[in-house]
Ligand binder design. Structure first.
Ligand SMILES: Nc1ncnc2c1ncn2[C@@H]1O[C@H](COP(=O)(O)OP(=O)(O)O)[C@@H](O)[C@H]1O
Ligand SMILES: [Mg+2]
Length: 395
């Protein structure tokens, strides 16, 4: 019966009741108040005894003993203090976060006696936490949250890196295979083109054979140009890089496509960052990148639209990058295609002359420059391709 009233009663009364039931010499609540262990409710402790006990608790080995006491359960040790006669044993019962009920007894508490003390310190019986405790707790929670956030950030960075690695490996494998096939095809195609041209010279231009052979020639040339582009892709190792004004390269390309934009009813919005540092690049390759991205953007807007070209200096991963974003207001890319668009030969424009090489070549060039390429797209709204080129460190 007593346990019910004990739990509901105020702390001082609980100590008194538990002490009388277990023959304890004294008892007290003790809690961590920022820097020090302090006593709260005291039972059978004189003022100077309480002071002596508090002093003791804030010295080794007691401080460490309390600090490492289990946050649930009890722990007991010898107490040898002249100020606290008759209590050779000190037992600490966990009573919450950094809070204990300390009990002084002549001998070890028996199992049932321990149970009584545990009952006296159950969760409902916690004293109100002190402002210091609340502060500490809040601080700890804050730190935990911060750690969690940092961890989350690291995990997602790791995932990103892994995804990029897998993508790179996949592209490298397909690219290598494609390059092998391209080598095999280049010579026979050159032969086909050459001999067809020769044959055409021998045939009257009005004949059906002439028309047929012209078709053969056209298709063979197309196939050869695909093969050549593939070989270019494979030959990325041999590049000549110089420090160049990438804005200037972009402007050159835009000048070439001006007419195309106009006839396609596409409005250009060009915002090139001012005074951007020069980057170490292969000019022709970067030109190729811009052409590929602009072409794709134009293809994506058969009805016209707006094409944005922006460059900037942006930090990422503790360094500076030259960024080029090419955005369109076109058809967008379905999510299921997004991860495939950089694969060689992936195209949704096969019927309209697409080869599926533009983006894989672009990807190859950009990563070869130590850069990255990202894409954001919304169906029927448009896409933005962003190229990140690393800049040399100031050092
Ligand atoms: N700006 C864009 N808007 C919509 N789809 C795009 C865009 N750029 C690329 N794509 C998609 O990615 C595919 C692959 O592009 P790419 O490698 O340049 O090959 P191709 O242009 O020959 O099809 C395209 O067929 C198209 O489906
Ligand atoms: Mg393309």
């Amino acid at each position: 019966m007593y346990n019910v009233s004990m739990v509901a009663s105020p702390p001082a009364q609980r100590l008194k009741l538990a002490a009388s039931l277990t023959g304890a010499v004294w008892a007290a609540y003790c809690f961590r108040d920022v820097e020090r262990w302090k006593l709260a409710e005291k039972h059978h402790l004189l003022v100077e005894q309480a002071a002596a006990l508090e002093e003791l608790l804030n010295q080794e080995p007691f401080t460490n003993w309390l600090q490492t006491a289990p946050q649930a359960g009890a722990r007991s040790r010898l107490l040898n203090s002249a100020s606290l006669p008759g209590s050779a044993r000190l037992t600490a019962f966990s009573a919450g976060w950094q809070t204990f009920v300390l009990v002084g007894t002549a001998q070890n508490l028996t199992h049932p006696q321990r149970r009584i003390w545990k009952l006296a310190t159950v969760a409902e019986a916690f004293p109100e936490p002190s402002p210091g405790q609340v502060g500490l707790l809040q601080h700890t929670v804050m730190e935990l949250r911060q750690t969690q956030q940092e961890l989350q950030a690291r995990i997602s960075a790791q995932r990103e890196a892994e995804a990029r690695l897998i993508q790179a490996a996949k592209l490298a494998a397909v690219g290598e295979m494609a390059a092998g096939v391209a080598h095999e095809l280049n010579n026979p195609l050159t032969t086909v083109v050459g001999f067809t041209e020769l044959a055409l010279e021998e045939i009257p231009p009005q004949s059906q054979t002439y028309i047929d052979l012209e078709m053969v020639l056209k298709e063979a040339r197309r196939a050869r140009s695909v093969v050549r582009r593939l070989l270019d892709f494979a030959r990325q190792g041999e590049t000549s890089r110089i420090k160049a004004d990438v804005n200037e390269i972009i402007e050159d390309v835009l000048l070439l496509t001006k007419h195309l934009m106009h006839t396609n009813n596409v409005q250009p919005h060009i915002r090139l960052g001012e005074n951007l540092p020069w980057a170490l690049v292969d000019r022709n390759q970067i030109k190729q990148v811009v052409i590929n991205l602009v072409n794709n953007a134009l293809y994506a807007m058969p009805e016209g639209g707006s094409l944005s070209v922006e460059t900037a200096l942006l930090p990422r991963y503790n360094r500076q990058w030259f960024t080029l974003s090419i955005g369109d207001t076109g058809i967008g890319i379905p999510p299921e295609n997004l991860e495939r668009i950089f694969e060689p030969f992936f195209t949704t424009r096969g019927d309209r002359g697409g080869t599926g090489l533009g983006l894989s070549v672009t990807y190859g060039i950009v990563t070869d420059h130590g850069g990255m390429i990202e894409v954001e797209s919304r169906l029927q709204a448009g896409s933005v391709f962003t190229v990140w080129l690393p800049l040399e460190d100031a050092a």
